[in-house]
Ligand binder design. Structure first.
Ligand code: HEC
Ligand code: HEC
Ligand code: HEC
Ligand code: HEC
Ligand code: HEC
Length: 194
């Protein structure tokens, strides 16, 4: 057995000599490619679970109806942001099915008429320790911070980080801080972390 192994080893070393450098570079290359695949493809797939919105709501279709953004995304009288519209708003038009789109039927029958609010996924929700107010950022366009859903026909896929439970698409600390720095706004920790 030992003899056989030694012969084999000899053959390998011989081949290695004939092809200088291959022995070193090839395994490295294979390892490198494997690491890249693991890092760029497998790991993000493992880390994030994909979710779709409970109802395929089209911003584009509603904009074509002539609806303003602010008719669904309003400020309350106290300046706080009402955020997402509720059934009361949608039922101004969807108390009954009015069109032929299957998504509308789902919305009307499974939510509106049952008095159940749609559990929309918000791509931009921040961790609890981050304080944010829309009022202070009123002068900016939505797309500075949000995906441009306002123009979309189908809501984008939502990526949830399996470890933290937060959305992958949410704005990162450095992005908030970059704009604050550009506008001379304080970046002291307590401004955003209360
Ligand atoms: C001013 C009236 C109006 C309001 C308010 C309104 N919709 Fe619509 N909605 C429409 C019309 C018109 C259509 C197009 C119907 C068709 O031709 O299929 C539509 C289509 C839809 C559809 C089908 C897929 C799509 O988006 O095109 C869904 C789902 C829907 N609406 C959900 C909602 C929800 C949820 C709300 C509240 C956030 C809402 N709508 C508010 C008028 C309205
Ligand atoms: C008919 C009501 C309606 C109108 C009008 C409307 N939206 Fe929305 N908006 C929604 C609903 C419902 C959602 C939640 C589902 C989704 O994200 O698609 C939403 C979500 C959003 C979000 C949150 C995205 C996130 O981070 O989760 C943004 C930003 C937004 N809309 C921008 C706009 C803009 C810009 C306009 C005007 C061009 C607009 N909306 C008009 C109903 C409306
Ligand atoms: C400067 C950045 C910024 C701008 C500009 C901005 N948003 Fe947001 N928005 C956020 C952040 C951050 C959150 C998450 C807040 C949280 O987690 O409490 C959010 C949350 C939301 C939500 C979720 C509902 C909620 O709880 O408030 C909606 C809807 C929304 N934004 C719509 C809009 C629309 C429409 C515009 C444009 C008129 C807009 N935003 C402009 C950063 C921004
Ligand atoms: C596009 C530029 C921009 C981005 C992005 C931005 N901010 Fe701001 N922020 C401002 C400006 C400008 C002010 C000052 C507003 C004023 O003084 O009226 C401000 C003020 C604030 C304030 C203090 C005002 C208050 O309500 O107490 C907080 C808190 C804040 N931002 C949090 C955040 C967080 C958290 C994010 C990221 C999720 C963020 N901002 C992203 C421009 C931005
Ligand atoms: C302009 C707003 C802003 C300021 C100022 C700010 N943060 Fe943050 N911070 C955020 C936001 C938004 C997040 C959540 C998104 C993220 O993780 O990037 C966050 C997340 C964090 C986290 C969690 C990181 C993680 O990956 O879980 C820590 C820790 C933190 N901040 C510490 C600080 C400290 C320390 C300071 C002061 C030196 C500071 N922050 C100043 C907005 C801010």
């Amino acid at each position: 057995m030992d003899q056989k192994l030694q012969e084999l080893w000899g053959e390998v070393m011989e081949e290695k000599k004939q092809c200088k450098g291959c022995g070193g570079a090839l395994p490295f290359l294979i390892g490198f490619v494997a690491a890249v695949i693991a890092g760029w493809v497998l790991f993000p797939n493992l880390l994030y679970s994909k979710k779709v919105q409970p109802v395929r709501f089209s911003h584009k279709v509603h904009q074509e109806q002539g609806m303003e953004c602010a008719s669904c995304h309003t400020f309350r009288d106290d300046g706080s942001y009402a955020g997402l519209p509720n059934n009361e708003k949608c039922m101004e038009c969807h108390a009954d099915v009015v069109g032929s789109d299957p998504a509308e039927k789902i919305y009307v029958e499974q939510y509106a008429q049952k008095g159940k609010e749609v559990p929309w996924l918000v791509y931009q929700y921040q961790p609890d320790n981050v304080y944010f107010s829309h009022k202070a950022h009123e002068s900016f366009e939505c797309k500075e911070c949000h995906l441009e859903v306002g123009k979309m026909d189908t809501p984008p896929v939502y990526y949830e980080n399996r470890l933290s439970g937060y959305s992958k698409q949410t704005m990162k600390m450095w992005q908030c801080e970059r704009c604050h720095a550009e506008n001379g706004v304080s970046n002291a920790c307590h401004v955003c972390h209360k």
